[in-house]
Design a protein around this ligand. Structure first.
Ligand code: MN
Length: 207
């Protein structure tokens, strides 16, 4: 079965004014769709096409040489956007409970976490993503141990053994229509639409 775009939980204009409707429409309908089409083309006839995209990305080193770059770029682009949409909500409410404690333990406070995450998003030269992850399954502790990292292009944290919890797309296509070159404003606005409930749910699943 070829991969298909997930249905969005919200309308294109639901995240206004922080993420504008036109950007959502083009980002989902054009950029994300193109990654989806291209990974489907790359994996035609391959047994990997039958696997969930997350499993494919976790096994990037096992993908045949002639397909590995396409999987890394288009498979990564497909999976990263699938994940990104679940990180967004028009009904954002601050994190609470055990997940908030984990952020505090790992970074000092929620504000300190945000500051570090913003620095990571702004520090990504060119296109890429900022991520909040579990460092790796073997490093997991019951509380804390969260890590921020930025990765270039469409590289997935899954390919380096990390477990993603939250991400932010800092490709220009994610913000240029509204924010032009002002990535910092876009990154600040992101906090208004983070789906913390979903991030916390993922965190509790990994405990
Ligand atoms: Mn994007």
């Amino acid at each position: 079965m070829p991969y298909v775009l997930p249905k969005l939980d919200f309308a294109f204009d639901a995240l206004e004014p922080h993420i504008d409707a036109r950007t959502m429409e083009v980002h989902y309908g054009k950029h994300h769709q193109t990654y989806c089409d291209n990974i489907n083309k790359a994996l035609v006839g391959s047994p990997w096409a039958e696997k969930p995209i997350e499993e494919v990305l976790k096994n990037l080193n096992k993908i045949p040489d002639d397909k590995r770059t396409a999987v890394r770029n288009h498979g990564g682009g497909f999976a990263n956007h699938n994940f990104f949409w679940t990180c967004l909500s028009s009904k954002s409410a601050p994190p609470t409970g055990k997940f908030l404690e984990a952020l505090q333990k790992s970074f000092g406070s929620l504000d300190a976490f945000k500051e570090k995450f913003e620095a990571s998003a702004l520090g990504q030269f060119g296109s890429g993503w900022a991520w909040l992850v579990f460092p790796s399954p073997i490093d997991k502790s019951p509380m804390g141990s969260l890590e921020i990292l930025n990765l270039p292009n469409q590289d997935s944290p899954l390919s380096i053994g990390k477990i993603p919890l939250l991400c932010l797309d800092v490709w220009e296509h994610a913000y240029y229509l509204k924010y032009l070159n002002r990535r910092a404003e876009y990154v600040k606005a992101f906090w208004q639409v983070v789906n913390w409930a979903e991030v916390a749910r993922r965190y509790s699943e990994e405990q």
